[in-house]
Design a protein around this ligand. Structure first.
Ligand code: DGL
Length: 276
């Protein structure tokens, strides 16, 4: 057995660090490896096949580093690649390893947040077009109405450090107005993209009173804790030295570290891992 068997956390780039932050806070004792595919990010507007191919390649890199369990912290990958990975790739190639996403754990609880039972989901074009949140939320909460809005300019705003600048206000307001125009009864807005928590203050400032904004980091962390409790055979495979390593597929690790510290809320020292 390899000496270190960390939990792998994957995202297309920096954004998954908002999810990793919550996981590391709730479950600090485990070893973790984070991999951001910054060389090919963003994934949000890419095709189903491309997102699956990129995601599976990165998951295999994490498996190669000893991870028996990988969390797809990316909504776009969870929406467009997870099912194929779980139902085909793992069965064919890595039957003892597991890959989990962020959509199902969120869908399992989000209906409880809403009093009106009308929820708005904000995500990338890929996440919205996949319809994954509609399907999953309706599985767990058949009476809940789900409205969706793609916000394609929010990821670039965050990645370019504009998330707290006045210039972001226009595009924050634009997509919020579009989703609220779909129904006057929406009382819960889900930030279904790793980057959007950085815009949460501006989002809240734009919304009328009574609308709750939900980020998914805490939800995913609680769900992982529950998963490990229910799967002792997996939990026992994860090593516990509170280790954290960060890898990026971009050769500009200085740039990664600067952005990553903003998303993770503490200094990050990454290493470059080239794509094959
Ligand atoms: N990580 C992606 C998500 O959560 C956003 C960034 C991207 O488009 O790659 O959907």
């Amino acid at each position: 057995m390899p000496e270190k068997q960390p939990i792998g956390i994957f995202d297309s780039g920096y954004g998954g660090l908002t999810v990793f932050r919550s996981i590391a806070d709730l479950l600090p004792g485990y070893d973790y490896v984070y991999l951001g595919d910054n060389a090919r990010a963003p994934y949000g507007n890419r095709s189903f096949n491309t997102i699956h191919q990129y995601t599976w390649e990165c998951v295999q890199m994490l498996f190669g580093m000893g991870c028996p369990l990988v969390i797809l912290a990316c909504n776009t990958s969870s929406a467009k690649a997870l099912r194929t990975i779980q139902q085909r790739d793992l069965l064919n190639e890595e039957p003892w390893k597991r890959v989990l996403g962020v959509i199902r754990p969120t869908a399992e609880v989000i209906g409880n947040y809403s009093g009106t039972k009308e929820i708005g989901v904000l995500g990338t074009k890929g996440t919205v077009q996949s319809g994954s949140y509609l399907i999953e939320i309706n599985n767990f909460f058949p009476g809940v109405k789900v409205y969706q809005q793609a916000c394609p300019l929010w990821v670039p705003l965050v990645e370019n450090g504009e998330y707290d600048k006045p210039g972001a206000d226009y595009f924050v307001g634009k997509y919020l107005d579009q989703i609220l125009a779909q129904s006057g009864k929406i009382d819960t807005l889900l930030l279904a993209c790793t980057h959007y928590p950085l815009l949460a203050d501006k989002i809240k400032a734009h919304l009328p009173a009574g609308i709750r904004v939900v980020s998914q980091g805490g939800i995913v962390a609680e769900s992982l804790k529950d998963y490990l409790e229910r799967h002792p055979e997996m939990e026992q495979r994860i090593t516990r030295n509170a280790g954290r390593r960060f890898y990026t597929t971009s050769d500009d690790t200085t740039d990664f570290d600067q952005h990553a510290s903003m998303f993770f809320g503490e200094p990050v020292n990454s290493e470059f891992i080239p794509l094959k």
